[in-house]
Design a protein around this ligand. Structure first.
Ligand code: SAH
Length: 253
């Protein structure tokens, strides 16, 4: 009998934010293919009897290439196993879950989704930044900062993004921050637009850096901002209050 694949989002960190459904399917798994992002607490809670396969990226180097990961998922399911593909946040938001879904479906294997709480929402929430607010923003755009705005290609429409009056949330954006801020300003976005960078959200050593589109790149360089971080651009950042404690209790290491 063929097994089944579950694409599971582990949430933004710690077992507290893994869904009940996620916990259920992880506990039944024969095989867990995990990334680095789910975090130590979740990884330590994987069933002892399950085969655990590390698919993470370390220092920009993949332990396993995407094709190899997908081949393993299909192989183990064909052997009748319950396969959990475990990812940080939600698998369908910059998690390559879409590609895995296609492959598993094409192989004729049953698949079930277990969405997770994405860092795009939870990390700003943890420091009191809502993505929408009646006064400040009625729309949100979540984008990858991996696309270099100075390179030609199908990437992102910076002109349109600069016109947007909504909140812009950027994942994987630290390396290209200066280029992104520049592209937005060049295309007409107000230089005074507030920006917050939240590094290592929901962790004890999390840090928030704030500025405006005009100065955020210089500030981030000076303070040594590093990934993983969520960047929030827009007037909702005005709600950030450095004097209030975390709105989500942090994970202690
Ligand atoms: N699928 C994931 C995102 C994967 S892309 C999700 O839904 O959350 C990886 C990016 O997510 C990182 O580069 C960073 O921008 C963001 N991220 C994930 N966890 C984070 C955390 N704890 N703190 C800050 N940023 C985080």
């Amino acid at each position: 009998m063929t097994g089944k694949v579950y694409l599971v989002g582990s949430g933004p960190g710690g077992t507290a934010f893994l869904t009940r459904r996620g916990r259920e399917v992880i506990d039944r798994a024969d095989v867990v293919l995990y990334d680095q992002l789910p975090g130590e607490e979740i990884l330590a809670s994987l069933p002892e009897r399950a085969e655990k396969i590390d698919c993470g990226k370390y220092g920009g180097k993949h332990t396993l290439e995407q094709d190899a990961i997908e081949a393993l998922m299909v192989d183990r399911a064909r052997k009748g196993k319950i396969v959990v593909r475990l990812k940080g946040g939600d698998p369908f938001l910059f998690g390559r879950g879409g590609e895995e879904l296609e492959t598993v479906r094409a192989a004729g294997i049953a698949i079930e989704m277990v969405p997770g709480i994405t860092s795009a929402l939870a990390v700003p929430a943890s420091v009191g930044i809502p993505l929408t607010h009646r006064k400040y923003a009625s729309q949100v755009t979540v984008l990858t900062g991996n696309e270099d705005p100075t390179k030609p290609g199908p990437a992102l429409d910076w002109e349109l993004l600069a016109k947007s009056r909504g909140t812009i949330v950027i994942l994987m954006g630290v390396a290209n921050l200066a280029k992104i801020a520049d592209a937005l300003v060049k295309n007409g976005k107000e230089k005074t637009t507030p920006v917050a960078i939240i590094e290592r959200g929901l962790r004890a050593d999390r840090r928030v850096t704030t500025g405006t589109l005009a100065d955020i790149a210089a500030v981030a360089k000076k303070t040594g901002v590093k990934p993983p971080a969520v960047i929030v651009i827009g007037n909702v950042v005005k709600l950030y209050d450095p004097d209030t404690p975390d709105l989500i209790p942090v994970e202690e290491d």
